[in-house]
Design a protein around this ligand. Structure first.
Ligand code: UFG
Length: 331
């Protein structure tokens, strides 16, 4: 991989650096000799997961806080994770999503413009595709989000293009599929409150911390009737951010990249995988479909492979489950 930096003590602003993917990326930035400066309001992030650089507790919507941070740390680039991410909540409380994910991101873009920072790696999502018409999904697939969360990510992709044209912003939008797994070194991992994601919930059922896990629908048009997702290990996601930064610095131009493996697993296959890896039974029941769930979301990751030289290394289902299990047992 090309180096993301060559200067000593170079700082990178990481918004949302106390979160699941943000903290893993901070760890990797530090391993590359960069200093990650986390800006996080700690509503969902964890203070104790900011271990690899300074933490500024604040909000991207706070212009004065952003200006102080820029002056004090003089970051040369920004990796922007900070966002609210619960798809269901975005439907019931859209204002929260537009305020945090659009208005907050806009405030960050304006601060970058004012302080002459050009390079931005942005967390987008497979949610921009809505109900895709084909699988695997290439980046040039039509984008029609079906919930406010996906809309906020698509809006930001468009706003960044406008800032690129008007102000010379250089950005990439990384469209994550299903982030999963845990730090291979065991230092940090996935903790949401409340937890809504499949793998941690299945692990909790295996641990007896919950009576069972509900499979949301078994009448989808898939092989076993349950939804198919493309699970991608958090360490592979973090690696892609460093590669994206290096790509921008080598003159790569703004575009979106899918981050997934290209291989999908059904909910039933995930449950079977957890039983296989942990040797425990996972009590589960079949329930109603969850509103807004597309039957299948699988990435075509060729563009990231070709332009970022990115190949997932930890994203076999068993490795994802193994790492997530090691962390889940500890917390
Ligand atoms: N599921 C269950 N039971 C549960 C929880 C989930 O059956 O208790 C199923 C869901 O229906 C889905 C799959 O497991 O088919 C994965 O669900 P998650 O909630 O773990 O993840 P999502 O696919 O809903 O969401 C993820 C990210 C979002 C992103 C979205 C892109 O968490 O941020 O992918 O579509 F927007």
């Amino acid at each position: 991989m090309a180096k993301a930096s060559s200067k000593p003590n170079e700082t990178i602003l990481v918004t949302g650096g106390a979160g699941f993917i943000g903290s893993q990326t901070c760890k990797m930035l530090a391993q590359e000799g960069l200093v990650p400066v986390t800006l996080d309001n700690l509503t969902t992030g964890h203070r104790e997961d900011v271990k690899w650089g300074p933490l500024v507790v604040g909000d991207v919507n706070d212009h004065a806080c952003l200006a102080r941070l820029m002056r004090q740390y003089q970051p040369t680039a920004v990796i922007h994770f900070a966002a609210v991410t619960a798809v269901g909540e975005s439907v019931t409380d859209p204002g929260k999503y537009y305020r945090n994910n659009v208005s907050g991101s806009l405030s960050l873009l304006e601060a970058m413009r004012d302080f002459g920072i050009k390079d931005l790696v942005f967390s987008s999502s497979a949610a921009v595709y809505g109900n895709p018409m084909r699988s695997p999904i290439p980046e040039d697939h039509v984008v029609v989000p079906i919930n406010p969360y996906g809309s906020t990510k698509l809006m930001m992709e468009r706003i960044m293009s406008d800032f690129a044209a008007a102000h010379g912003l250089r950005f990439v939008a990384l469209r994550y599929f299903n982030a999963a797994g845990s730090d291979p070194g065991g230092e940090i991992g996935e903790r949401h409150d409340p937890e809504t994601h499949l793998i941690p919930l299945v692990l909790d059922a295996a641990l007896g911390r919950r009576a069972n896990v509900t499979v949301f629908g078994n009448d989808y048009p898939t092989l076993d009737g349950t939804c198919i997702r493309d699970y991608i290990h958090v360490a592979d996601l973090a690696d892609a951010h460093l590669r994206a930064l290096a790509y921008l610095r080598e003159g790569g131009h703004e575009q979106a990249f899918n981050l997934g493996t290209g291989q999908g697993y059904s909910v039933k296959e995930v449950i079977a995988g957890v039983q296989r890896v942990t040797g425990r039974k996972v009590p589960h029941v079949v329930g109603e479909r969850r509103a807004g769930d597309p039957p299948e979301l699988v990435a075509d990751p060729l563009r990231a492979k070709r332009l970022l030289d990115w190949t997932p290394k930890h994203s076999s289902l068993d490795t994802i489950i193994n790492h997530a299990w090691a962390f889940r047992k500890k917390i």
